[in-house]
Ligand binder design. Structure first.
Ligand code: ZN
Length: 138
């Protein structure tokens, strides 16, 4: 997959029409993340129910990869516990940085596997996840 195809796939789907792209009215937690390498800005809003993510959304301004990754993340983590989210993030990081990783449980996040060939863009793809974890810290 070259960068054009990668961009195309992401832009067509989540990059141009991000899901859950709004400030959450009744969020219990939120955090801002910034990726100085690219200029990506993301603000993640979370409504926690115990240790479960009852609802999640984001706003911000960034490249197609950061926007698409944040959009897919919000779809994926809704209804999951923080433990499950940590495990997913670990898998996603492995997918972006290690060879021969299983993409099975990552669903649409697997579309971002091509980022692995562009190490400088890994921070774009993981920004929303880091920010989500920041938001959920006590
Ligand atoms: Zn970026």
């Amino acid at each position: 997959m070259d960068l054009d195809n990668l961009y195309q796939e992401l832009i067509v789907d989540h990059g141009t029409q991000p899901r859950n792209f709004a400030e959450l009215d009744s969020h219990s937690h939120d955090a801002e993340g910034f990726n100085p390498l690219c200029g990506d800005l993301v603000h993640v809003y979370v409504k926690l129910d115990g240790d479960k993510i009852a609802d999640v959304s984001f706003t911000g301004k960034g490249c197609a990869i950061s926007t698409a990754s944040a959009s897919i993340m919000t779809d994926l983590v809704k209804g999951k516990t923080l433990t499950e989210v940590r495990a997913l993030f670990k898998q996603f990081q492995d997918l972006l940085t290690k060879d021969n990783q299983s993409e099975v449980e990552l669903g649409k996040l697997s579309a971002l596997a091509g980022v692995k060939k562009y190490p400088s863009r890994v921070k774009c793809a993981t920004l929303a996840w880091h920010t989500l974890q920041d938001a959920c810290k006590e």
